[in-house]
Design a protein around this ligand. Sequence first.
Ligand SMILES: [Zn+2]
Length: 246
Amino acid sequence: MTFPPDLISRLRATPKLVALTGAGVSQESGLRTFRDSQTGLWAQYRPEDLASPQAFARDPKLVWDWYAWRREAVKGARPNAGHYALAEMANHIPEFTLITQNVDGLHHMAGNQNLLELHGNIQRVRCTNCYTLAEAWDDDTESVPRCAVCSGLLRPDVVWFGESLPRAQLEAAVEAARACEVFLSIGTSGVVQPAASLAHAARDCGALLVEINLDPTPLTSKANYFFQGKSGEILPELVKVVWDVS
Ligand SMILES: [Zn+2]
């Protein structure tokens, strides 16, 4: 793949870059989307019966078990070359902000630090009562584990249907998008809001908009550059060409 010289020089010179990643990046690590994970006994449920505050209030164990099943699927997954390319990119750009819609924690595993997880992370849980976060809990019980601080029920630290995105993360994402010089949209359909509007906010503030995706999206006509294909192949090539590393 060849990259336009203008893009290469802009990337080399930019002090501020934002990358937004979506489900496509996780899929290249073999992870299924929420809906594609609904196989076997889970197929009978509507997504909102497994991932909403109402569902958790009605049947916390069902929701807990669904996330235990999803966590099990994530356990065997490893970051792909695209995740590592983004971690490498962060070494070359003074202000690099990675925003993700993915909840699997693979960016963390690949070494990215400045990370905004807009939809949370299924490897973490939090107390429904006092909001204390936990990364370890007792899973050997018949019922949903409880908070070590206040004995409230623990829930996955993810954004459910009908819930708002975490305010601090979203504000930081909007701020970074408006301030960046280059915005990369990677492996995302460009239709999930408000994440999709971040690309438009960046573009409106004068950022160069670069999209990498398997297929064109509603964003593609607005992008300065569109690269069609796998992020796990395109990103490592791009990083190699721009910063002369592999
Ligand atoms: Zn608590």
